[in-house]
Design a protein around this ligand. Structure first.
Ligand code: M6R
Length: 396
């Protein structure tokens, strides 16, 4: 809101008070009355970044900003991730913590750390992290992941971890946010303002950084940079007019269903959770994402003739087993929507996504964003203002 007026800001800390008059601002400690000399910081976001421009909704604009954002991260973020990698290497017990889509980025991070750097990391949902505190010591390192840097469930855990003298690091988009300020070190996600309630470019930005961080942990930072460049190209290809038309055609089939199931394994497990979240939060269709292997432990009972089942099948070690899951659904009458680098005879619908190795998770997530967005549009809802939800969840 203040960008059109100024880029010079001072972030009020807890317990500070400002009195703003026509030409002066006085900042004081609200308890002691002592004057505080403001340390003015400069915002790097531009007014144009915070406007819709040629797009009808912020969410669509933010989806389309992703290829450039990924290139930017590839070009600039390695030094930050190398520094955080050193802190994680020195730690004894590392944690990734986030909520909602950011929690899914953390789950993806767990697979990436293992796959690329052969390192273990603990993942906790922000609201559950408080129950892990018994394990924290001054040697623990916590990387809190958040677009806004204001999510209460994350901040509360971070403050308690700080009391235990753990090292706090932040992967955060809003520079100057509470999380940004209380962390000992931080990586700015650097994707510019995200205004849509449904997280899009911030999430792919988080995952891009976790890819870089994993490669940096293994001393192969330049491979991470190359992976992000490929992910950017694959995402750009997905956002072409013919591909969008494919998604819209698929959405016209899906829009009248009440339930959609989404499955994948490995990195496609958080992708499935995220796709289901995007569908439910803005199109209000019940969608359930799960690890493909869990199907047979219960959910399969719900699949009947015509039930839409989205299956992520990237060119990795999960392909065969996830395809088997899709076949189980198909055998019960499920309508299979395959998202993969190659078609398969069991697919009733198919969205092609280029293979870019581990970074394929990024374009796959973009498919989920497009499905959510166009389902909302086709069903007549405003994707920027989902009912009952706020952009930053600042209450418990
Ligand atoms: O600002 P944060 O990244 O901490 O927000 C976390 C979640 O509230 C957020 O990802 C939420 O789940 C979005 N609505 C997802 O699209």
């Amino acid at each position: 809101a203040i960008l059109p007026h100024t880029k010079r800001v001072y972030f009020l800390e807890d317990g500070e008070m400002a009195v703003v008059e026509d030409h002066t601002i006085h900042i004081t400690n609200a308890r002691t009355g002592a004057r505080i000399k403001p340390r003015v910081q400069k915002l790097t976001w531009s007014v144009a970044q915070a406007e819709k421009g040629k797009y009808p909704f912020y969410m669509l604009k933010e989806i389309h900003e992703q290829p450039a954002a990924l290139e930017q991260i590839a070009a600039t973020s390695l030094p930050y991730t190398k520094r955080i990698a050193q802190a994680i290497k020195k730690s004894y017990g590392a944690y990734l913590v986030g909520c909602g889509s950011a929690a899914y980025a953390c789950i993806a991070g767990e697979y990436l750390f293992s796959k690329i750097a052969r390192r273990h990391v603990n993942v906790a949902i922000g609201s559950e992290f408080g129950y892990h505190l018994d394990f924290l010591t001054p040697k623990s390192a916590l990387l809190a992941v958040s677009q806004s840097g204001e999510t209460m469930d994350v901040l509360e855990g971070v403050k308690k971890a700080k009391e235990k003298n753990a090292t706090i690091m932040a992967l955060v988009n809003v520079v100057g946010s509470t999380l940004y300020r209380i962390a000992d070190d931080r990586i700015p996600i650097g994707v510019g303002p995200e205004k849509g309630v449904a997280s899009t470019k911030a999430l792919t930005g988080m995952i891009a950084h976790l890819i870089l961080l994993s490669y940096a942990l293994d001393g192969r930072g330049s491979e991470g940079v190359a992976a992000l460049k490929h992910a950017s190209e694959a995402t750009r290809a997905l956002l072409s007019t013919p591909m969008i038309k494919k998604v819209v055609d698929l959405v016209r089939v899906l829009k009248n269903y009440n339930h959609i199931y989404v499955i994948g394994r490995g990195l496609s497990y958080p992708t499935s959770l995220e796709t289901a979240l995007k569908i439910k939060e803005i199109s209000y269709i019940h969608a359930e994402g799960m690890a493909a292997g869990e199907l047979k432990h219960g959910t399969l009972a719900l699949v009947e003739k015509g039930t839409p089942c989205i299956v992520f099948l990237p060119n990795d070690e999960t392909y065969g087993a996830s395809l088997a899951g899709a076949m189980e659904m198909k055998a019960r009458g499920g309508k299979i929507i395959g998202i993969s680098h190659k078609p398969h005879e069991i697919f009733d619908e198919y969205i092609p996504v280029r293979d870019t190795g581990v970074a394929t998770i990024i374009p796959n997530i973009v498919v989920g964003q497009l499905l959510g967005y166009y389902l909302a549009i086709e069903r007549g809802f405003d994707p920027d203002k989902p009912r009952n939800l706020a952009k930053s969840v600042t209450v418990k």
